[in-house]
Design a protein around this ligand. Structure first.
Ligand code: FES
Length: 144
């Protein structure tokens, strides 16, 4: 089986789909490779993510990783959410096939974009973790 049971579960029953009402952090990112788009919206209070939802025009792996990522950051401090890597999300899903690794990067980047928006709305400066310039293979993405 190409996909783990957890991936299939999160793909078939994605958690936290939609848009958070009264969101004060919204981020949208796109994947230049496949053209897919991911949006994360959050309500953050005192730097704690009270609620988070995602919307995607993306593939099944993007849906599964975003679903898992929202579960992992809900209720967490924004610093913890920023520290969440696509690798950790994939591990929580028992892995993804190598050609689908880039899809999980979308979820990580959308979380960062939403938190950057939160900083901006507060008039605070945000230092990006690292800009994804395509492929440094740091995310262990296989060359295609
Ligand atoms: Fe585009 Fe998966 S193929 S996000």
């Amino acid at each position: 089986m190409l996909y783990s049971e957890k991936v299939m579960d999160h793909f078939s029953n994605p958690r936290n789909v939609g848009e958070v009402e009264n969101a004060n952090a919204v981020g949208q990112v796109g994947n230049a490779k496949c053209g897919d788009i991911m949006q994360m919206s959050m309500r953050i209070e005192d730097d704690i993510i009270q609620d988070v939802k995602f919307k995607t025009f993306g593939c099944g792996a993007a849906i599964a990783t975003s679903s898992m990522a929202t579960e992992l950051v809900k209720g967490k401090h924004i610093d913890e959410a920023l520290a969440l890597t696509n690798k950790a999300v994939m591990d929580a899903l028992d892995g993804l096939p190598p050609v689908k690794v880039h899809c999980s990067v979308l979820a990580e980047e959308a979380i960062e974009a939403a938190i950057a928006d939160y900083y901006k709305r507060q008039g605070k400066e945000f230092t990006p973790k690292k800009a994804c310039g395509g492929c440094c293979h740091d995310c262990h993405q296989e060359a295609e």
